[in-house]
Structure formats: C-alpha cells, structure tokens
Design a protein around this ligand. Structure first.
Ligand code: AMP
Length: 425
C-alpha cells in the first residue's frame, strides 16, 4: 500500500464542522468594520523577502527565525507573508492609495505563515483579520481603531472574556534613551535572564519586557518604565488616546511592559488578552507604525492597525450552529415521486430552506435513520399513490408524529410560509 501523505506540521485543516465558526468570524469583521468606513483589500500570500526584512526589522524574532523564505525558479528570494501590515503598506504605496482622502481605512482577512514551535493556539499557518488606518496621526484615530477592535469582540459575545491592555512605546525622539537605560539595567542583571533574553539585550532589549519565563520576571519588574521616559509629544498623544478611550466607555489597563514583537511600532500599542487559552493568551495586538510607510519608500504617512488571531478567537467562540444544515429531507418512494421531489427541492432551496433529497437505494426506515444521524428535523415522504392524490406525509423526527399535507402547500409549510405557523402549533 502506498504511504499516506499527511499535512505539514503546524498546519491544520479547517473542517466543515468548524466552518460556521469561521464564517461567523469573517461576517463579524465585515459587519463591524464596513460601517466604520473600512474597505476590504485582498493581498498576495507571498512577497519579496526584502519587504518583510526591511519592514518588520532584521533583528526581530519573526525575521530572524520564523519566515518561510525560498528562492523561486528565477532565483528571487520570496517569503510567505508572516504578517499583513508591511504588505498593506506596500500596496498603499504601489497603488498610490495615499492620494485618496485620509485616513485610508482598510481591512484584510487571510492566512499568515511563521515557522514557530507548534502547540495549542500556535500554528505555522494561521489566520488573521487585519485592520489598518493610514495617513492620519490624530490620537482620536487610535481610539477609533481600538474601539472597533473591542466592538468586534462584543459582536461575537466575547467582550467579558477578554482584557484590553494599552501602552505607549515612544518614538524616535524618546525611545533611544529609554532603550539605552533598559539595556543598562538588563546588562547589570544579565546572569538572571533566560538564555534567549541574554541574546536580546544587545540586539533588541525591549523584547525582554515581553518574555514570559519565570526566571526573567524579577529583572523585568525592576526595569525602568517607558511611560516615565516618553517625550512631550508622545506623552500628550498617549494622554489623549486614553481620554478618547474613556469617552468611548472602554475598560482597559495601562501596561507599561507591553511592547510588540515587530520593530515598526511607535507610540500607541495594545493587546487583547484572554485567561482561557494558557500560554497563547494574546488574541489580538496592534499599534501605531508612523515611520513604516516612509521606510518602505512611500510618503511620510503615519498608520495604525491591529491583527486578530482567528484560530484563538475560534477556540474561544467554540462550535456554532450550522445555518446550512438540511432542514428537511424529501423521501420519494418511486420514480415519479422522485421527479416531483427534485422539483420540490429546487423550489424549497430557492426560498432559502436547506433541503436534501433521498435518491433511492435505501428503504424508508434507512432514510429515517439517516435523517436522525444528520439531525434533519423533518422528513417529507412521497409515495407514488400519494403523488397521484396530491398529498404527502410530513414526519416530525423529534416527536415521530406524522400528518398528511396537500402537496401544493409543501413549500409554504416547509418554507415558513403562512401554512407553516399552523404546522408548528
Ligand atoms: P502578531 O502579529 O504577532 O502581533 O500577532 C497578532 C495575533 O495573531 C496574535 O495576538 C495571535 O492571536 C495571532 N498569532 C500570532 N502568531 C500566531 C501563531 N503562530 N498561531 C496562531 N495565532 C497566532
């Protein structure tokens, strides 16, 4: 027997039973973001490697260790996108979207690829909903974006199970001094840091603040706070963002240790955390990236956005009822009846009733068993002599009750038309 070929490690199939959950996540994005003026952008899944190396930062975990990078047949280095923002910025520049009235509000949904150690809630191909608002520096936009993120979770009924954390990580004016002070503190405590963090001190000391290892916590707790190091403009920006979040009635915590894994962030950063998923506790994260568009060869336009981790939200949401589950099974008991049932199924489906037809081969008892297994609540049985009399038998699978209905009323009865009310009573 040929050997079975399995999916790649860290990559999962989203099976039909999970589809209603995923469709709910996607529909909620459209329903929440579009009334706020956000429009969908669909981007390629791979880009030139240079885009991510320059955009995300050469010394980040993502670029150093996690990218799926390969040479295509022409020898060009390409990378499966590990995140969306750099690609959104590329498209914004390439298509001159920056000439539109600002802010330019965009969202995109799709898979990302990172070579991480797979575990529950962490995969090598995962999916994100991304939102980006480009070309506007006003702190009120930060509040709009964060407010929309929380509105998304509220729409899914998850608001009470999540906590919003916000911070400011300063900008090019104030972060270098903070970075130096932090590095000095970490340097002085090098022996008390985990191995990974020791490597980070010189290259990317802010990342140490993000370390979850117990060993590092005492050193992190004693570290200087970025909020004490903000320059005047960054401080004012953050004060105003908080005032607007308050005006929106949002609950949040200011978490000075909240830094993000990618280099392009400045000023406002935020994360949404859950206590229900173990170590993979971040369901969404984002922030401002005011220098990114310029860094990628575009105008000096600011930007802010977030990414929602769909696998993690799907875990929180759990299974959803399937709106496409068959509501009725038509069981013809002969050839003329089958022909009538095919036409009836078409009419029912056209009114939005998911309908299945038994194509024969099974006895009536077998069809009823199948309806039970599929959870189909009603079965319409049509024998050839019933057909001749213009009637059919409607069986309620839960109660086992059967009654005759006129065939010409079948669509109304099964489709929720006027006759259906009586049918339910
Ligand atoms: P990041 O771009 O790293 O800030 O990620 C944004 C969100 O995507 C995180 O808060 C997670 O919910 C999700 N995420 C990131 N990496 C993974 C992964 N490897 N597997 C599943 N979800 C992820």
């Amino acid at each position: 027997m040929p050997e079975q070929i399995r999916a790649i490690r860290g990559v999962r199939d989203i099976l039909p039973a999970e589809a209603p959950t995923w469709q709910t996540l996607e529909a909620a994005a459209r329903e929440v973001f579009e009334p706020c003026g956000y429009r969908e952008l669909r981007l390629p899944l791979f880009e030139r490697t240079e885009l991510f190396a320059r955009g995300i930062g050469e010394t980040t975990d993502v670029v150093e260790k996690e990218m799926y990078t390969f040479q295509d047949r022409s020898g060009e280095s390409v990378t499966l996108r590990p995140e969306a923002t750099a690609a959104v910025a590329r498209a914004y520049i390439e298509h001159g979207l920056f000439t539109q009235p600002k802010p330019v509000r965009l969202y995109t949904v799709g898979p990302m690829f990172r070579y991480e150690r797979p575990q529950a809630g962490r995969y090598r191909q995962f999916h994100q909903v991304n939102v980006e608002a480009l070309g506007e520096a006003a702190p009120a936009l930060d509040a709009e974006v964060v407010g929309m993120l929380m509105a998304y979770f509220a729409r899914l009924g998850l608001a009470d199970r999540l906590a919003l954390h916000v911070n400011s990580i300063g900008d090019a004016a104030c972060r270098p001094a903070f970075r130096a002070a932090l590095a000095a503190h970490l340097e002085a405590n090098l022996g008390r840091l985990c191995e990974e963090c020791r490597g980070r001190v010189a290259r990317n000391p802010l990342r140490v603040l993000d370390c979850k290892k117990p060993d590092c916590q005492p050193v992190i707790e004693k570290a200087p706070s970025i909020l004490d190091a903000l320059c005047g403009p960054c401080r004012e920006h953050f004060d105003r963002v908080r005032a607007y979040l308050d005006a929106l009635g949002l609950r949040y915590e200011v978490t000075p240790r909240l830094v993000r894994g990618l280099d392009y962030y400045v000023r406002t950063t935020f994360e949404v955390l859950t206590g229900e998923l173990g170590a993979q506790n971040a369901v969404a994260g984002g922030g401002r990236y005011d220098g990114l568009i310029e860094l990628l060869g575009g105008p000096a336009d600011p930007g802010i956005g977030f990414a929602i981790g769909m696998e993690r939200v799907a875990l929180l949401l759990g299974p959803r009822p399937d709106p496409a589950a068959a509501a009725v099974l038509l069981v013809p008991l002969g050839e003329p009846a089958l022909r009538r049932c095919l036409a009836l199924a078409q009419a029912l489906r056209a009114t939005g009733v998911p309908t299945e037809v038994a194509y024969g081969g099974r006895k009536l008892r077998g069809e009823l068993e199948r309806a039970n297994r599929l959870g189909i609540p009603r079965v319409l049985i049509l024998g050839d002599d019933e057909l001749a009399a213009g009637v059919a038998t409607l069986r309620d699978m839960r109660s086992g009750e059967q009654r005759r209905i006129p065939l010409r009323e079948a669509v109304a009865v099964l489709g929720g038309g006027p006759a259906a009310a009586g049918d339910r009573a």
